[in-house]
Design a binder for this molecule. Structure first.
Ligand SMILES: *Cc1c(COP(=O)(O)O)cnc(C)c1O
Length: 362
């Protein structure tokens, strides 16, 4: 606390990202949902090509080439696309532009940890809607129940569970006067996207990122798709904050990433395959694993505390994520790594269980 801080800063409760060690060589990093494969070679080529004297110049403030590539990929028009510096920034603008209404913003009690942080930062009143006993979002809790705005991560994080397209449409169609944001950070790993509803529902904004399924967490690119009026609202906020959120290298790499559909599909299917094997192996050693449509699994062991498993894995140089919150404190969120990394994880957990370490939960 400093006496020079503003009242706003004094009251903030910042998001804490997963550990990002500077020396990563010997660590098995399964804590921040990065993709185990490198980005498409075409992305690396495009970025190298963009490393030239033009870096003297500002980038395109509108990211038009990237918007065009995204619009083409999803069968939309350029005015239906917004781009930003990671989807966290896109989401931040959506909170200001769309989710701050007279009535409270609704979102699940167990979801992406940035939502409450943005509410605090931007002074947005919100209401937490509990997931059901199986950790699923119940659409009926969001229809006709007084929401001023809605945001849902689908698939949800950290549970990995997803609503299907019919349920998403029920949510969006049931709230015609309310902006609805669907955060689809993990959708490419096997869930249904709401993007096909964008041309039908002017209140729907779908947010994507290149960080997870396109192996580009280090490039910081996210985008949103929605009606021209919603996108226009986002542009107004963006142009009141930073005219050039995407630099020249990011724009070049992102266009190549969107265009290389073949590599993208291959990379997603690798992760899905490894996820299914990891799920089986965890269940084999006694874990309960929620059905995941993402590049991570959410799992708990009936006999051991989440915290003790976390500590054990850390001592074996394996990083996973743990959330010290009611209902999920015994779960670990484990990113789907390479098959070898997943094997090391299973070996470490098996060693823990076999050693009979740790007090059993009574
Ligand atoms: C990872 C993640 C994001 C943020 O992604 P960036 O594009 O890297 O900022 C947004 N929403 C959810 C649910 C995520 O898990």
């Amino acid at each position: 606390m400093s006496r020079y801080w503003s009242q706003t800063v004094r009251e903030l409760d910042p998001y804490v990202p997963g550990e990002q060690p500077l020396e990563q060589r010997k660590l098995i990093k399964l804590n921040t949902n990065e993709h185990p494969m490198p980005p498409s070679p075409r992305v690396l080529q495009a970025i190298s090509t963009a490393v030239n004297g033009d870096l003297r110049l500002y980038p395109d403030p509108n990211g038009t080439a990237l918007k065009q590539a995204i619009a083409k990929n999803y069968g939309l028009r350029v005015e239906n696309v917004f781009v930003g510096n990671g989807s966290d920034e896109v989401l931040a603008h959506a909170f200001v532009a769309l989710l701050k209404q007279d009535k409270p913003l609704f979102y699940p009690d167990l979801t992406y940890g940035f939502y409450p942080v943005y509410c605090k930062l931007f002074g947005i009143e919100y209401k937490l809607i509990p997931l059901d006993d199986n950790f699923q979002v119940r659409v009926e809790d969001y229809v006709g129940t007084g929401a001023g705005a809605i945001i849902i991560a689908n698939p949800n994080a950290p549970t990995g569970c997803a609503l299907d397209l019919a349920e998403l449409e029920r949510l969006v169609a049931g709230n015609p006067d309310v902006p609805v944001v669907i955060d689809e950070a993990y959708v490419d790993f096997g869930a249904q996207s709401a993007v096909s509803l964008v041309s039908k529902y002017p209140n729907l904004l779908v947010v994507h990122t290149l960080s997870k399924s396109r192996s580009l967490a280090g490039l910081r690119v996210g985008y949103a798709m929605g009606s021209a009026e919603l996108i226009d609202g986002l542009e107004r906020v963006k142009n009141s904050f930073n005219s050039y959120p995407l630099d020249r290298l990011a724009l070049a790499g992102a266009v190549a990433a969107i265009e290389d559909q073949e590599y993208f599909k291959l990379a997603c299917s690798h992760v899905i395959e490894t996820r299914e094997k990891l799920t089986q192996d965890l269940r084999q050693i006694g874990f309960e694993v929620l059905a995941s449509s993402t590049n991570f699994v959410f799992a708990r062991h009936p006999k051991y505390r989440g915290q003790e498993l976390l500590t054990w894995l850390r001592s074996r140089d394996i990083l996973v994520r743990h959330f010290n919150k009611p209902r999920i404190s015994d779960f670990l969120r484990i990113t789907v790594g390479t098959p070898e990394q997943c094997r090391s994880l299973i070996e470490a957990l098996t060693a823990f269980i076999d050693s009979g370490k740790g007090p059993e939960v009574v």
